[in-house]
Design a protein around this ligand. Structure first.
Ligand code: 5GP
Ligand code: SF4
Ligand code: MG
Length: 465
């Protein structure tokens, strides 16, 4: 998911709509905005579909007045069962003794099922099926006198990954979990401030990047003043390395590193680790593009657009059902036949999850008359599900959980298949010594199986680490 908020600018909701539009790659199912105006109070709009199709409508935007607003783009993760209902669309709103508050959450809480059960037994009335709603109910039960203090109480009880943006009548609040698994940045816009999942959200509204909200930090912005606090026990940060590989936009800066540059460097590392003789390096667009550029630069093999993407389709993976996803590959990608015929092709993609994409692309490329197909993957084999907010399927559906690399190569049906090593990935992400096995610098659980936060709900369901 993506979260965005602004305070201290006229028509804040318009800024939020733009910010969410820049964060659309983080979730395409639905979007919501809550605003506050001193006379009109809190207002909200929640819609299915793209931001641009809902929040450019003047009638909708007119219902969201005020100088303070937050928003959310939704991408449903493993925890949510079935299709999204509109009641699952954030921000969530709660009315407390000291006034209302709205929250928007990116990440996934790993103990939400237990918390929900306990809260329901004690009388909470849940409105949605979302893990994030626990935060509002925990806030309602807190005895603290202010919303930020109630948030601290609530967030000390939840486990997992969270970057949360919240608002009251007068405050914009941002928090990151102690490990800082998901991103959150702070920007300055005119006389006001903005919080965004990624820096590309700041760019679109012309905000200046100020700094990241740090792992384990809460910032409260009111009347142009920022107050920072540390509600949690100190921990070593474990930012999601997959944000660098795939999830974030390449024009964002994460942890002081350009995502594009990390991806290009992954390609460089891949070319060193897994060279092969070929005629062309082609990305699987768009997610494989920067790594393909790096591979081409390092290997000296020419880069070419062997696969063309239809710009009007979304991210295939994000389509929630398998059937739609299966069609999606063809609806979205097509082979540039004239270029491919008779050539030995290196295809660079960001990841292999179920393997559906790779297999279909291989078929299309061979159909177009390629002489050889070599897959190079910009992440290590995805052998474990993510429980922190990225939608990976259960283990049984992960190709790498069930097959060796050689078996995967066979199943996909290509001449060679190589993945970047974990150390190579860490080097590309700015760790020259690679991964520190005693204190890994990032979360890489989907590759290593080392979960930095025990997925307690899943363990209770019988998941074996
Ligand atoms: P597969 O077809 O192997 O299941 O999925 C791989 C494709 O989906 C890749 O081309 C990649 O761009 C995209 N993808 C890979 N991993 C993820 C993920 O965890 N989340 C999302 N949203 N997309 C992914
Ligand atoms: Fe990111 Fe993978 Fe960790 Fe999930 S498990 S937070 S995708 S690195
Ligand atoms: Mg892709």
């Amino acid at each position: 998911c993506g979260v965005f908020g602004v305070i201290g600018v006229a028509d804040a909701a318009n800024f939020v709509a733009l910010g969410l539009h820049a964060l659309q790659h983080r979730g395409q199912e639905a979007a919501g905005i809550v605003s506050h105006h001193p006379e009109h109070g809190f207002n909200s709009a929640r819609r299915f579909g793209y931001v641009r199709d809902n929040f450019t409508n003047q009638k909708v935007m007119d219902t969201l007045p005020g100088e303070l607003a937050i928003g959310h783009v939704r991408y449903s993760t493993a925890g949510s069962k079935g299709a999204t209902a509109i009641r699952d669309v954030q921000p969530f709103f709660g009315e407390f003794s000291m006034g209302g508050a709205a929250i928007a959450h990116n990440g996934n809480l790993t103990n939400a099922a237990q918390l929900r059960k306990e809260l329901i037994e004690r009388g909470s009335i849940f409105q949605s099926s979302s893990d994030s709603e626990c935060i509002i109910h925990l806030m309602a039960r807190s005895i603290q006198r202010t919303v930020p203090e109630r948030m601290k109480d609530a967030l000390r009880r939840v486990e997992g990954a969270f970057s949360v943006i919240a608002m009251t009548r007068t405050k914009l609040i941002g928090v990151r979990d102690p490990l800082g698994v998901r991103p959150l940045v702070l920007g300055r816009v005119g006389e006001g401030y903005a919080l965004s999942s990624e820096t590309c959200g700041l760019d679109i509204i012309g905000a200046d990047f100020v700094r990241e909200v740090e792992p384990g930090e809460m910032v409260v912005i009111e009347d142009g003043e920022i107050t920072s606090s540390r509600p949690f026990a100190p921990a070593t940060s474990r930012f999601c390395i997959f944000e660098h590989v795939y999830f974030s936009r390449p024009d964002s800066i994460l942890g002081g590193r350009s995502v594009y540059e990390t991806r290009r460097q992954i390609g460089v590392e891949l070319a060193r680790e897994a060279p092969v003789e070929a005629d062309l390096v082609c990305p699987v667009p768009d997610s494989g593009t920067p790594a393909a550029i790096g591979y081409s630069q390092e290997s000296g093999i020419p880069y070419a657009m062997g696969i063309i993407r239809n710009q009007y389709m979304g991210r295939t993976f994000i389509e929630p059902t398998e059937q739609i996803r299966n069609m999606g590959v063809r609806l979205k990608l097509n082979v540039n036949r004239g270029l491919i015929k008779g050539k030995r092709i290196i295809l660079v993609d960001d990841s292999v999850v179920r393997g559906t994409t790779s297999r279909k692309i291989k078929d299309m490329i061979l159909d177009a008359g390629a002489a050889e197909v070599h897959f190079r993957i910009a992440s290590p084999p995805t052998a474990w599900p993510c429980f922190y907010g990225v939608d990976t399927p259960e283990r049984s559906k992960l190709l790498a959980a069930n097959m060796s690399e050689e078996e995967m190569r066979d199943w996909i049906g290509v001449d060679s298949l190589r993945f970047i090593s974990l150390d190579g990935l860490y080097r590309a992400a700015g760790e020259p010594e690679g991964r520190d096995p005693r204190r890994p610098q990032y979360c890489d659980a989907c590759f290593s199986g080392e979960y930095p936060v025990a997925p307690s709900d899943k363990l209770a369901e019988g998941f074996e680490m």
